[in-house]
Write a protein that binds this ligand. Structure first.
Ligand code: GDP
Length: 444
């Protein structure tokens, strides 16, 4: 999982700061030294680290922090804000030309994930009702054309090709013409890469670019290559004046260097992140959410978004109203558990929860947790409808029956009932928090 090492180190540093009632300049200096080392170890560009530490230090020894009642929190807040700024401040969307078709040219080295990304982007844009044409202009990598055709077939997007004998500039040009003829909204051109940057590659890409005048020239780089990715980005930007960067393989064992440095070094925003091999494994790059993830504050917004995508909207609304009115029953609890199951493995979800030290996650036996969930499910299913609605009627003879029916013990039933009461209280708080977040009142 990305950023684990960095997150762990930063959390250790912050833990020390948090524990202090008052901060001295020396405390801040020491913390900044640790943050600096953590960033360097995560393969963040040296100059970027230096500037970052300078900005944070300047703000952190300011009066506002020193006089604050929670100076440790204040320093973390500053690191968070500066990290967001470093990664571009706000998300940067794909620009759509007012004069269709919008031509998007994907460039990058071989193996960076360009062909996969072409199809991921097509799927992403298709969701906003854009009609798309994919153009296979990678004539060098064996099977690149076939790969794009297969991916296009999976998402029902046509792929334009002239085979691997044609000149890439001609393919790109003919592809755009074809898109115009068929009134497509967007053309995505998958260009050829090389193993390393070379003159020939750059000239070819420059020729394609001047021929088709793309609205977006997006560089695809492999986040796992750390500083190399940043150097590649710098070279491509100098030669091709790219409009944005897409980081792939952010799901891998990434130290974080590329995500943190690319914008600062090239001045060009990261627009998307590839987070897996499946075509739906694409995320819009939100600097603020990424900063939260790096700092180990979780990614509550992505979590909520994921929940919203999976959970039946109407049901979620009903649930929220029930929570607010304190009408949440064991039946609803059961219902919610089955919705949660649809959201995927518990381990992935837990990582998004803010404030959780994910370095400890491996010590927790998540299988045990899932077994516990199955036990809870069995207990609730052994209750009558009336009991689920109104658990207070569950006396000891009912408990005995429920335990027997679910293959558990009376203690298990007791535990569930008391946990449920606790959960009901917590969920009410969560519902209130969500309400505040919607109104923009929830602050770090
Ligand atoms: P290209 O040479 O740049 O066109 O690269 P490909 O699209 O063929 O991708 C190279 C390899 O990386 C393939 O095995 C892809 O499945 C894999 N890949 C691409 N994007 C991602 C990603 O975001 N995460 C992971 N884990 N693998 C990826």
């Amino acid at each position: 999982m990305a950023f684990e090492g960095l997150t762990h180190k930063l959390q250790e540093t912050f833990k020390k700061l948090r524990g202090k009632g008052k901060l001295t300049e020396k405390d801040v200096k020491e913390a900044m030294r640790e943050v600096k080392l953590a960033l360097l170890e995560a393969d963040v560009n040296y100059k970027v680290v230096k500037d970052f530490i300078n900005s944070v230090s300047q703000r952190a020894v300011g009066q506002e922090v020193m006089e604050s009642l929670t100076p440790g929190q204040h320093v973390i807040k500053i690191v968070n804000e500066e990290l967001i700024m470093l990664m571009g401040g706000r998300e940067s969307k794909i620009n759509i030309s007012p004069k269709p078709p919008t031509v998007i040219m994907l460039v990058g080295l071989q193996g960076a994930g360009k062909t996969t990304m072409a199809a991921k982007l097509a799927l992403h844009l298709k969701k906003s009702n854009k009609s798309i044409l994919l153009v296979a202009a990678d004539v060098y990598r064996p099977a690149a054309i076939k790969q794009l055709q297969i991916l296009g077939g999976q998402i029902d997007v046509p792929v334009f090709t002239l085979g691997d004998r044609a000149n890439p500039v001609d393919i790109a040009k003919a592809g755009v013409e074809n898109a115009k003829k068929n009134a497509k909204d967007v053309v995505i051109i998958d260009t050829a890469g090389r193993l390393h940057i070379d003159q020939e590659l750059m000239e070819e890409l420059q020729n394609i670019k001047s021929e088709v005048e793309p609205f977006e020239t997006l560089l695809v780089v492999d986040a796992m290559t750390g500083q190399d990715a940043v150097n590649v980005a710098q070279s491509f930007n100098e030669k091709l004046d790219i409009t944005g960067v897409i980081l792939t393989k952010l799901d891998g064992d990434t130290r974080g260097g590329a995500a943190i440095s690319v914008k600062a070094v090239t001045g060009k925003p990261i627009k998307f992140a590839g987070v897996g091999e499946k075509l739906s494994d694409l995320e819009i790059f939100y600097p603020d959410r990424m900063a939260s993830r790096i700092l180990g504050m979780g990614d509550i917004l992505s979590l909520i978004e994921k929940a919203q995508q999976t959970i039946d909207e109407k049901k979620a609304l009903e649930m929220q109203q029930k929570l607010e009115k304190h009408e949440f029953t064991l039946e609803d609890f059961l219902d919610q558990m089955s919705q949660m199951k649809k959201m995927g493995p518990l381990k992935d979800l837990i990582k998004m929860i803010p404030g959780l030290d994910t370095s400890k996650l491996d010590d927790i036996d998540l299988n045990e947790n899932e077994k516990e969930m199955a036990r809870i499910e069995a207990i609730i299913k052994s209750m009558t409808k009336e009991e689920r609605k109104n658990p207070s009627i569950i006396n000891s003879s009912r408990k005995k029956r429920i335990a027997k029916g679910s293959g558990t013990t009376i203690q298990d039933v007791n535990k569930l009932l008391s946990n449920f009461e606790q959960a009901r209280k917590m969920m009410k708080q969560f519902a209130d928090m969500q309400k505040h977040m919607k109104k923009g009142k929830f602050k770090f």
